[in-house]
Design a protein around this ligand. Structure first.
Ligand SMILES: Nc1ncnc2c1ncn2[C@@H]1O[C@H](COP(=O)(O)OP(=O)(O)OP(=O)(O)O)[C@@H](O)[C@H]1O
Ligand SMILES: [Mg+2]
Length: 173
């Protein structure tokens, strides 16, 4: 299926490299929806992504579990907004969290299932799942078919990233 890609991330560093590879593809108005269970690595991915976007490898990126949203100024003048909607009562509360304005920047959203009808249709959905070892994750990317096929993104499954592109055969299905 175009735009659907599955990668093996053997450790946290590989997740960080994937995030850094995806960050230059994001533009204001884009949304990355981060799915996966508690502890899957959604915040870890967002941290690396935001550090790449801001160009600041030491940027403090606290998990927005309690504030529900954290915002960041980008060197381009745009903003990025990192949401964690686990504790959101309903999509109506998103208005209070500045959702409409935030859509103009780059969005990272943990627990996007809570968005209901507000889920952006043209988003990149990244799903993280635990794998065989403690630090391994399987990442599935769905969306951004054109962008993931662009030259800058071609090597998302390349050895220099430490990631591995999984075919259906590798998944054992
Ligand atoms: N390959 C990996 N990718 C991401 N995180 C990893 C990886 N290996 C180990 N980890 C660890 O797993 C934990 C992931 O926690 P994190 O807070 O990012 O999860 P989360 O998906 O945001 O959970 P929550 O739903 O509670 O917000 C971190 O402690 C991180 O260091
Ligand atoms: Mg989190």
């Amino acid at each position: 299926m175009p735009g659907l890609m599955t990668l093996m991330l053997p450790d946290l560093a590989a997740t960080g490299r994937l995030a850094a590879r995806l960050a230059p593809l994001a533009r204001p108005g884009d949304a990355l929806l981060l799915e996966g269970p508690l502890g899957a690595g959604k915040s870890a991915f967002a941290r690396a992504f935001l550090r790449a976007l801001t160009g600041d490898p030491a940027l403090e990126v606290p998990s927005p579990s309690f504030t529900l949203v954290q915002s960041y100024d980008l060197p381009s003048g745009a903003e990025a907004h990192h949401y964690d909607l686990y504790r959101l009562d309903g999509p109506a509360d998103l208005t209070e969290l500045g959702w409409d304005e935030a859509r103009q920047g780059i969005l990272l959203v943990e627990w996007p299932e809570r968005l209901g009808d507000l889920r952006p249709a043209d988003a990149l959905t990244l799903t993280l799942a635990h794998a065989a070892t403690e630090d391994a994750r399987i990442a599935t990317l769905d969306g951004w078919a054109d962008r993931l096929a662009s030259p800058g993104a071609q090597d998302l499954g390349a050895p220099d990233l430490g990631t591995r592109n999984l075919g259906i055969r590798d998944l054992g299905i």
